[in-house]
Ligand binder design. Structure first.
Ligand code: TRP
Length: 456
């Protein structure tokens, strides 16, 4: 019986750090963060982003860590264990639902990234032209069979790692790949920053322009901080249920938030100098990642090698983030449904690949699924919108209220100072106050604005 097995934990503080950082670092760092920073006033946006991390990100992360390590259970089971017989368990239910919605489209984009890595490895992208890059991207996303195949490969990899468990799977992979990701990103930085004309890209990222800092930009920063730090759906509850008893969780939260931001900035410093050096448009999202970059790299010496490095690091980032997402329903199925780890990982992998196909096929506007839109959005966009704009902020808000108002201050301080062994009661107390009085207000504003009930 699965429930009789001894519950696993990570083996050290370092393992906790790399696993949690692996969750935070994802596709968001590589295109979303740099692009949004450049667009919304550079350094000014960064400043707001840091404030969002301090006033929303860290307090919510602290709450999830508190819940997870206190209960040592999955996202739903943790609420059940702490508040038995109440509706609070449905914060966990919503989290599991949000996880699926995110995974349906995330696994699709991750499939494109794997496919591009494969193409870079076979040399298919070297020397590509503008027209070629566009055609390439079109054929990759509209397949229709190849993107489905790669989405299945992605889910097979993720499920395969999760089958190996917390220590042998998640811990081993993140401890090996996260340092490698840093090395690869630094190699790309070195090349990009030594290009003639690179400075323009650095300026795009770091210029400080408060006039571009609209209310919408502040909202964007808040949403980004939330998504980047993997908050609002019980992902950090699940991971922290595997943390060691002596882990300094506030320290972990701060180190992860800092390192994640560093990775985002390093990604920006690899992308924008190269883009500007070759006179390209710093376009948004998928286009930048899948069309502009191959084009830029095709034009420089050692380009294909860098392209391989870049898509390899993007694959690492996407994969380690997905490990943390899929572990949410996997832990639930093991602990609440009595499944074996293997059964849970295979079941969830198949479920996500199966329904995720809807997102993948909806990208081609001429296809049957591409034409099925509801209120202007297709499957891909609905999955994204419902999870990021609705479920994450509500989940984060309820988590903040749960810990800030239902858990006594002394209890939270005791758990986060490891029963007084860490001399940081003052720090925890301060974050607890922020959690009570500042975080919920900001989250309510974000939520109302994101569903269009408040205009900022
Ligand atoms: N943080 C990851 C990224 O930036 C995505 C992610 C992983 C996530 N786990 C999450 C987002 C939990 C929200 C909630 O790509």
């Amino acid at each position: 019986m699965a429930s009789n097995e001894k519950r696993e934990t990570f083996s050290s503080g370092l393992a906790v750090f790399f696993a949690t950082l692996g969750s935070a670092v994802g596709l968001g760092n590589i295109w979303k963060f740099p692009y949004l920073t450049g667009q919304n006033g550079g350094g000014a946006f960064l400043l707001v982003y840091f404030l969002c991390i301090v006033f929303v990100g860290l307090p919510v992360m602290m709450s999830e860590f508190y819940i997870g390590r206190t209960a040592r259970k999955n996202a739903i089971g943790a609420f059940k264990a702490i508040m038995p017989g109440t509706l609070w368990k449905h914060v966990g239910t919503m989290g599991v639902l949000a996880t699926y919605l995110i995974m349906f489209f995330y696994s699709c984009v991750a499939g494109w990234v794997y496919f591009y890595l494969f193409k870079a490895l076979t040399g298919e992208l070297s020397g590509i032209t503008m027209e070629g890059a566009k055609a390439q991207f079109g054929s990759v996303i509209m397949g229709p069979w190849s993107p489905i195949l790669w989405q299945c490969i992605v889910m097979a990899v993720v499920s395969g790692i999760l089958i190996m468990g917390v220590k042998q799977g998640i811990e081993k992979i993140t401890k090996t790949l996260m340092p490698l990701l840093f090395v690869l990103i630094l190699a790309c930085d070195l090349r990009a920053l030594t290009l003639p004309g690179a400075w323009e890209g650095v300026r795009f990222l770091f210029h400080v322009d408060f006039s571009q800092l609209s209310g919408a930009a502040v909202l964007t920063a808040l949403g980004l901080a939330f998504f980047k730090l993997s908050l609002g759906l019980g992902c950090m509850i699940t991971y922290s249920s595997y943390f060691t008893e002596d882990n300094n969780m506030l320290g972990t939260a701060a180190k992860v938030a800092f390192s994640d931001t560093l990775v985002s900035l390093l990604a920006g410093l690899a992308i924008f100098p190269a883009v500007f050096a070759f006179g390209m448009e710093p376009g948004a999202g998928p286009g930048l990642l899948f069309m502009t970059l191959p084009l830029v790299f095709a034009q420089m010496p050692l380009g294909n090698l860098l392209l391989i490095a870049f898509f390899f690091l993007a694959s690492i980032a996407a994969t380690t983030a997905m490990l943390s997402l899929v572990e949410v329903p996997v832990a639930y199925c093991i602990e609440e449904r009595g499944m074996s780890r293997t059964g849970a990982a295979v079941f969830n992998g198949i479920l996500i690949a199966g329904v995720g196909v809807l997102a993948t096929l909806s990208v081609d506007p001429s296809s049957l699924l591409g034409q099925m839109t509801f209120m202007g959005r297709g499957f891909f966009d609905w999955f994204d919108y419902l999870s990021s704009n609705i479920l994450l902020p509500i989940g984060g808000l309820l988590t903040a209220i749960f810990v800030g108002y239902l858990m006594p201050r002394e209890q939270v301080v005791a758990e986060l100072t490891n029963q007084g062994r860490l001399a940081m009661a003052g720090m925890v107390g301060m974050l607890y106050s922020i959690l009570r009085y500042v975080t919920p207000v900001l989250l309510i504003v974000v939520f109302l604005a994101s569903v269009g009930l408040v205009k900022l």
